[in-house]
Design a protein around this ligand. Structure first.
Ligand SMILES: [Zn+2]
Length: 217
């Protein structure tokens, strides 16, 4: 409904690109093609092995227009931006053997209260497109058992404590290889808790992919 209302308003009052103020013609999700080009130019595509086990893929640094676009996606009712990021993320992942033979794509869940407040889970939108590009089914395999406060402003240890035991798998698994998808990864506290919950439920292997990560200070 929100998206419908947005399109109606866009029709009545032609919008400008929220990132540069120029005309959005030819762009996607209301963002002009020049801004998308700039965002794509910031993609680095970093693959690393995590401390909790399993590969981590980061598409871009959380800065500049990537950061602004993610902010719009999360806090300004523009879930369609997540679909575009999801497509780029899926296309990037398809180049890596480490991300083949996946059985299920799993979005990092929001607590239902926060999901209701926002109207959507941005990670789910990203995961849906990643699954579409890779040809892998998407399943909401996790739920958040506690509505944890935002991780913003917390240090690494506080983040870890904040999300400890905050996730549960919705069912049992039997050795599947899963791809966990989120929008932003900072210390990895949330992702590692999600991975733990999936492994405890019988998953064989979990690899992680995110759109962006802030530079480590
Ligand atoms: Zn623009």
């Amino acid at each position: 409904m929100k998206e419908f209302t947005t399109s109606l308003l866009d029709f009545l009052f032609p919008p400008s690109c929220p990132l540069c103020g120029g005309g959005p013609e030819g762009g996607e999700a209301g963002v002009c093609p020049r801004c998308w080009e700039e965002i794509k130019g910031a993609f680095r595509g970093e693959l690393s092995e995590t401390a909790w086990g399993g590969a981590l893929f980061v598409l871009a640094g959380f800065e500049g227009k990537v950061q602004e676009a993610i902010h719009l996606m999360k806090y300004r009712h523009r879930p369609s931006i997540g679909r575009v990021f999801g497509r780029y993320l899926g296309e990037a992942l398809s180049e890596y053997p480490r991300f083949r033979d996946l059985d299920i794509v799993v979005p990092v869940p929001l607590h239902w209260k926060r999901r209701r407040g926002r109207g959507y889970n941005q990670s789910e939108g990203i995961a849906l497109e990643v699954g579409k590009v890779l040809g892998v089914p998407v399943e909401r395999a996790l739920r958040r058992t506690r509505n944890t406060p935002s991780q913003t402003g917390l240090d690494a240890q506080e983040r870890e404590e904040n999300v400890r035991d905050a996730f549960r798998a919705r069912r049992a698994f039997e050795g599947e290889k899963m791809l966990l998808v989120d929008d932003v990864l900072t210390t990895g506290a949330t992702a590692s808790e999600c991975v733990r919950a999936l492994l405890e439920a019988g998953t064989g292997e979990v690899v992680v992919a995110v759109v962006a990560r802030p530079a480590l200070s």
